[in-house]
Write a protein that binds this ligand. Structure first.
Ligand code: IPD
Length: 291
């Protein structure tokens, strides 16, 4: 395509730092907040203010591109094949609200409904993760030193029982999807004696995008969630794949199926990956077959 992905990437980094300053100077507990679909689905004034700033900047810079943002999304909005910025102003709003420093500004670009640029910034740790389709992904530390991802050659994965796995509860807390989640978590953690996979550990840290970055850098072996939206995964998807990781069982380009179908599994690079994926599916009851 005619889009200069490197230029978009560099601009998104500037915007991510600017957004980060807005986030760290806001006082989450004192700031206005509310809930969306239920009491576990939070939004703060800062989410909205950051999205406004980001969308204004991006529209000024690239007026021909579409924009999809978590806070302005309306049911029925669809992703077209046009270049589209996909933005989560604060991924990890619950953490932000409680002052737990695991959240990020997530800025992605999709073309033909496929993620091609990703910029993810945690303003509290000053960790920046970026990626461009076909051009690799990188981690930039608080001193602006940049290194390629993954940080080191990946160790073999062995099997699922040796994995550190991230999952998320999300904000959908009932129905089939909730059932599948809780059963899967139990199976992943449980001992072999009770038919479980007994993974090394399960983490539920509260930001889908940072989980993807964790898999990209190799600290996490697997991340699995059901119910993610485009803005929860777009940017991290590029970073993950460019770091040699894989996204499995997802609907690339079809980001609005039912909640049960919005399942994403990210697995890091390394020998033995296929075995881990198969073992993981064995822990997911009511698996929905997707592409
Ligand atoms: C949420 C977080 C959370 C995940 C949810 C997301 P938000 O994003 O990434 O970890 O479980 O699925 O919606 O609401 O904080 O932007």
């Amino acid at each position: 395509s005619a889009v200069n992905l490197r230029e978009v990437h560099d601009f998104l980094i500037q915007i991510a730092y600017k957004a980060g300053d807005m986030v760290t100077s806001a006082k989450p507990a004192a700031a206005g907040h509310g809930t969306k679909k239920n009491s576990a689905d939070l939004v703060t004034e800062t989410d909205q203010a950051v999205e406004k700033m980001v969308s204004t900047e991006l529209k000024a810079k690239s007026p021909d591109f579409e924009f999809m943002g978590e806070e302005t999304y309306q049911p029925g909005d669809t992703l077209t094949s046009k270049p589209t910025f996909i933005v989560d102003p604060i991924d990890g709003t619950t953490n932000f609200f409680h002052g737990y420093p695991y959240m990020c500004v997530s800025l992605g670009l999709a073309i033909d409904k496929k993620p091609v640029v990703g910029v993810i910034y945690n303003p509290f740790t000053k960790a920046l993760y970026t990626g461009i389709k076909g051009q690799g992904s990188q981690f930039t530390d608080p001193f602006h030193d940049r290194v390629k991802l993954p940080l080191r050659d990946p160790e073999p994965l062995q099997d699922l029982s040796h994995c550190l796995v991230a999952v998320e509860w999300g904000s959908d807390r009932d129905g089939n999807d909730y059932d599948v989640k809780t059963k899967t978590f139990r199976k992943l953690a449980g001992s072999k004696e009770i038919g479980g996979a007994m993974v090394h550990g399960i983490r539920s840290l509260g930001s889908a995008e940072l989980n993807l970055c964790g898999v990209a850098n190799g600290a996490l072996d697997v991340y699995w969630e059901t119910g993610c939206w485009a803005w929860d995964v777009c940017a991290g998807w590029v970073i993950l794949e460019e770091a040699g990781g894989r996204m499995v069982g997802a609907h690339q380009g079809d980001w609005e199926p039912s909640v049960d179908q919005r399942r994403y599994m990210a697995v890091r690079g390394g020998e033995g990956r296929e075995k881990v994926i198969e073992e993981f599916w064995g822990c997911v009851e009511g698996r929905v077959e997707v592409g």
